[in-house]
Design a protein around this ligand. Sequence first.
Ligand code: GUN
Length: 285
Amino acid sequence: MPAQVISGKEVAADIRAALKEDVTQLKQQGVTPGLAVILIGEDPASQSYVRGKAKACEETGIYSRVIRRDESLTQDELLSEIERLNADSSIHGILVQLPLPKHINEKAVIDAIRPDKDVDGFHPINVGNMIIGDECYLPCTPHGIIELIKRSGQNIAGKHAVVIGRSNIVGKPVSMLLLQENATVSIAHSRTADLGSLTRQADILVAAVGRPHMIGAEHVKPGAIVIDVGVNRIASGKLVGDVDFEAVKEVASYITPVPGGVGPMTITMLLKNTVEAAKRLTAVQ
Ligand code: GUN
């Protein structure tokens, strides 16, 4: 039997509807959640992500301010911009779209964002709290992945989860969140020997590599839950994941599509963190 498709679009729509009600209530108490997004340069993928974030804010009733700067922006100018937003009481969440131009140090920028406005969950204080299991803003894509697995109705506890990819944005944090959900977690990466023998042991397989269709049916244990984080544009212009969806859906029990899987969840978790930030920073619930 082919796998059931976990629709990120549908799960995201449910969560966004609840957030919209939250925002309405906050507004009645005089608080409009506000998100600032800084976009530097002309990278088409980043521009498209930022447009998506602004649109989602608008639909949810969240105030969004997109600050666009060209590639010539200096690191000091960017840090000053962040300082202004740190001090701006109408802004509860700050996100600097990555990747940054080469002359800007990513770590210096992330460190400059107030941890209580870091709705990306990238600041070392939030990363540390996440690992300990303390209150923090969870990074959006990993949090969205956990929600999607939970919505499949399957337990995470006791399962062997294999995460392919060790980025700070997805691979490492999703591994930590799966561990917190009591999965047994393996992290595979570009130096992993015999990837297939590891992935075939996975009850939950998370692919976050950025290589179109690198995971085929031969990599997947029958009945596995397969989460595809890849967003790759191939020569034809089509967006495809890291997983060969058509082949793997014949083997897996649950699978996320691309597009319409993890992607809509990432933005939704950003909205959730922004609403949470507005509550924490204003003490209005
Ligand atoms: N670039 C790709 N994904 C992300 C993300 O989740 N947050 C930020 N700030 N930049 C990104």
